[in-house]
Design a protein around this ligand. Structure first.
Ligand SMILES: [Zn+2]
Length: 587
């Protein structure tokens, strides 16, 4: 028996090499097993099977025409890997197309199960034929298979990289690099303008951290210097964040290493796969500096003992005379246990021993404002007065959980769309006179409808979970949480304490413009671009407060600070509503 192998992959399968190899292998093996004589292989490359382009103007269409003109030996079979290789058009359209092409004598056989799709098969048992087509073109099966295949091909490509065949696994690379098509390698993004030279900015970040500057301050200085952040869209507008600086400081890509990961649906970072590949990216930072910097676990991991998070007001405090920064100073006996000579009680006095002092005056440079301010009194005052506003919902976000949920919700939503579409197709079939009395079609409609209902419940549940994880709670709950963060700042448990301190510092960095220490020993806190102000005495007692934007202040908080809004969520909710409506109308 003669056979022609037909192979097709769509542009959605970016992994064409693998897809092609797999299809040809399976079809060839099938023909060999069956003893078929392969005349030729017809390939449709990158044709969109969704629009049916390949069956009309593509090589599949041409093949049908050759059958029509009797240009192929009689009884030649067309071998396809699976039926859905022919097209991704809806099942009913496939039936229509097959009905039109069968008179040419064309017959298809699938390599996966050896199923014969021909006029004879259709006429012998119309119902079985219909359900075969219906099952073959279920979108759910299609998409699952696709994701499995993608994983396969990804592993192939990873092996190629390790074996040195290819350099570029994903085309995705760290933000400071780009793929140079001509050179066929990754290169650092450089620019005559130092604000845009990402290589320089990476070096600056490492140098500053190496000099003991914290992530929050590094981020703040990048923003102050007007260096555009590397995110896109909304994230770009948000500027540099301490957490992003932290990520850069701990990303071995700066020393050229690449860590392959497999990332399945719903996973945020994916699981490490195998050893890191050295010299994969251009090296920006010396391994020694990277080692040094990434080993110093200052802000994100450790607090106690290091200066980083001890000063909650770091980066915000300025001298009211010379405008230089205030420094955080410890007296030698700070925090030491002291025994009261009269009562004999031992106390660790934390209110003494830590001071803020003008850095200029301290080193005798351009300032004579030598007064030392008690750090704890001022910090307590700022915490008391600003913490509740500073720690808005957004700071309670569990970022990674949220991203994961958002991913899950998006997948669930796509699944729901598929069920809706299948229900619609089934509904169309029940209305079609040809299938009006077919119980199987009706049953199919009921089944798919039920699946869609279940899926909708899942979408709603995920949606709710996502709102919760975004930290949207009542004002009372909010205050409770603020109180708990407040307590955690001095927790005995280092991890708890550091997490709370990071949260508070990040919140302060966003809310507070500056804290100015005046020669009259008052302390002024200015927030939200000067629209809010507090004045304390040097003991932390509130002496004055102003709010230039009564009423406006909430809006500014929302617009200015809570940029990560809920557009996506609303969008999703709206789409679900619309789908519901469509379904009701269809019924
Ligand atoms: Zn000064």
């Amino acid at each position: 028996m003669d056979a022609i192998i037909y192979i097709r992959w769509s542009s959605l399968e970016q992994t064409k090499g693998d897809s092609y190899a797999r299809q040809i292998n399976r079809c060839t093996k099938f023909c060999a097993d069956k003893g078929y004589n392969v005349l030729e292989t017809v390939v449709d490359e990158g044709r969109s099977a969704y629009t049916g382009e390949n069956i009309l103007t593509g090589n599949l269409g041409k093949l049908v025409e050759r059958f029509e003109r009797r240009e192929v030996p009689e009884a030649t079979l067309v071998v396809v890997e699976q039926l859905d290789r022919l097209t991704r058009l809806p099942a009913l359209e496939v039936v229509g197309w097959l009905t039109r092409v069968f008179p040419t004598g064309i017959r298809f056989v699938t390599a996966d199960r050896g199923t014969m799709v021909s006029r004879a098969a259709m006429e012998a048992d119309q119902l079985s034929f219909m359900s075969l087509i219906f099952d073959s073109f279920r979108s759910h099966g299609e998409s699952k298979r696709k994701s499995d295949l993608l994983l396969d091909s990804w592993q192939n490509r990873r092996n190629d990289v390790v074996e040195g065949k290819k350099r570029n696994i994903t085309g995705v690379c760290p933000a400071w690099l780009r793929w140079d098509e001509e050179a066929n390698e990754f290169v650092a993004i450089t620019d005559p303008d130092p604000h845009l030279d990402r290589r320089l900015i990476i070096q600056r970040i490492f140098d500053e951290r190496d000099a003991g500057v914290g992530h929050a301050i590094i981020a703040r200085k990048l923003n102050e210097d007007g260096i555009p952040s590397w995110g896109v869209g909304k994230r770009k507008a948000d500027g540099w964040h301490p957490s992003y600086v932290y990520k850069i400081l701990h990303n071995p890509a700066v020393i050229g290493e690449f860590q392959p990961r497999s990332r399945r649906k719903g996973e945020v970072t994916g699981t490490k796969m195998g050893q890191p590949i050295p010299d994969y990216y251009p090296r920006i930072i010396s391994p020694a500096q990277f080692e040094r910097v990434s080993a110093s676990k200052q802000v994100m991991n450790v607090g106690g003992g290091t200066k980083g998070r001890m000063n909650l007001l770091a980066g915000l405090v300025y001298c009211g005379v010379c405008n230089q920064r205030m420094i955080y100073l410890k007296k030698a006996n700070a925090g030491r246990a002291r025994t009261n000579p009269k009562t004999g009680t031992v106390t660790i006095d934390k209110s003494e021993g830590v001071y803020l002092k003008c850095s200029g005056a301290h080193r005798g440079h351009r300032c004579d404002h030598k007064a030392a301010f008690n750090y704890h009194w001022i910090a307590e005052a700022v915490l008391d007065n600003l913490l509740t506003s500073a720690l808005r919902d957004v700071y309670f976000e569990q970022r990674s959980v949220m991203i994961q949920l958002a991913d899950q919700l998006a997948s669930a939503r796509r699944e729901l769309e598929r069920f809706e579409a299948q229900a619609q197709t089934a509904l169309d079939m029940t209305l079609d006179p040809a299938f009006k009395h077919d119980q199987r079609v009706k049953q199919r409609y009921i089944d798919v409808g039920r699946q869609a209902d279940q899926q909708r419940e899942l979408v709603n549940a995920l949606d709710e979970k996502l709102s919760l994880s975004k930290g949207q709670v009542s004002p009372a709950e909010h205050l409770n949480r603020v109180a708990s963060v407040r307590t955690s700042i001095d927790s005995e448990d280092e991890k708890v304490r550091d997490a709370a301190r990071t949260k508070v510092m990040d919140a302060f960095q966003r809310l507070i413009d500056r804290i100015t220490f005046k020669p009259d020993r008052t302390v002024e806190v200015s927030a939200l671009a000067g629209s809010l102000g507090w004045q304390f005495d040097d003991k932390g007692k509130l002496v004055n407060r102003f709010d230039l934007t009564v009423g406006l202040h909430e809006d500014r908080l929302r617009n200015g600070l809570l940029r990560r809004d809920n557009v996506d969520r609303q969008d999703i909710a709206q789409q679900i509503e619309e789908m519901k409506k469509r379904r009701l109308e269809a019924l």
